[in-house]
Design a protein around this ligand. Structure first.
Ligand SMILES: NC(=O)c1ccc[n+]([C@@H]2O[C@H](COP(=O)([O-])OP(=O)(O)OC[C@H]3O[C@@H](n4cnc5c(N)ncnc54)[C@H](OP(=O)(O)O)[C@@H]3O)[C@@H](O)[C@H]2O)c1
Length: 249
């Protein structure tokens, strides 16, 4: 069984490829850039997709583009299945996308609907925000004298645990929508920034500012949150401490 992982170079994709290889699967990563174990293809245009899909039985679709590019990429993938049908498509989505006003999440929901209507046997897993995604907000501000965050809470999840869940879904076969996968705690971005700064021995005030518009309302209402406790175990503070020890600031 040959598995194609789109988004193989991304935060989740890297761990998913490693775990699939450790589990004995034959794996091909898809990227727009050449690299070891990768096939080069562009999901925005479809160029290279036919070669990428040759001999593939399962696709783990983790690539994403901002805003309407996510559904555009999903459309290209589904189009390519006409000539290269697969037995199982696994799609990574986000908790609450069917009820959220954030444009990227609405587009993600469109991807889900395209897949569900495609006739391809599929599994859709929704997860909450990754630790690495939350951390990107803080590392991007490391030179500032303050940490500026949006005023709402998230339920962050370790990307390694999401990758483990993805492997279970590969093993399980097509299951349609499966239960959401979420982190063990809900924390405001202010609390997360304070944990991050403490772990990295940084003394900075944290400013929480409102996220504007209808998307801000959805975030404040917690549409992107899941029930507590989530299935994942690793708290954000553990991720922050490990990051401080292994990578520093
Ligand atoms: N980040 C989160 O907090 C979070 C939470 C829940 C669900 N998710 C979902 O989980 C999935 C993985 O997220 P992530 O944060 O790991 O992603 P990421 O780190 O942002 O990586 C994005 C990936 O998409 C690929 N990509 C982008 N445009 C492409 C194109 N035109 N053609 C081919 N590949 C393209 C990139 O590959 P190259 O640059 O190598 O081409 C890269 O590997 C996404 O579907 C995301 O929506 C994310």
């Amino acid at each position: 069984m040959m598995i194609l992982v789109t988004g193989a170079t991304g935060s989740l994709g890297r761990h998913t490829v490693d775990l699939l290889l450790q589990s004995g699967y034959s794996v091909r990563g898809l990227s727009r850039h050449p690299g070891p174990g990768n096939v080069v293809a562009d999901l925005s245009t479809g160029v290279g997709l036919a070669d990428a899909l040759a001999g593939v039985t399962t696709v783990v679709h983790l690539a994403t583009g901002a805003n309407s590019h996510d559904s555009q990429q999903t459309r290209q993938l589904l189009r390519a299945f006409a000539a290269h049908p697969v037995k199982h498509l696994i799609f990574m989505s986000i908790v609450g996308v069917d009820r959220h006003s954030f444009s990227y999440y609405r587009d993600k929901y469109l991807s889900e609907q395209l897949i569900a209507d495609s006739g391809i046997p599929y599994t859709i897993l929704r997860a909450t925000q990754f630790h690495s995604f939350v951390a990107r907000l803080f590392t991007g501000q490391q030179r500032l004298p303050v940490t500026i965050v949006p005023r709402f809470s998230v339920q962050p999840v370790a990307v390694e645990e999401v990758a483990e869940r993805v492997i279970e879904l590969v093993d399980a076969g097509p299951s349609q929508r499966v239960p959401d996968f979420a982190g063990p705690e809900q924390l405001s971005f202010r609390e997360l920034a304070q944990q991050w700064n403490a772990a990295h021995s940084r003394r900075r005030p944290v400013w929480a500012i409102p996220f504007p518009g209808a998307a801000g309302r959805s975030f404040r209402e917690g549409v992107h949150l899941s029930a507590l406790p989530g299935d994942a175990h690793v708290p954000f503070s553990a991720f922050a401490h490990e990051h401080a020890q292994t990578k520093g600031l």
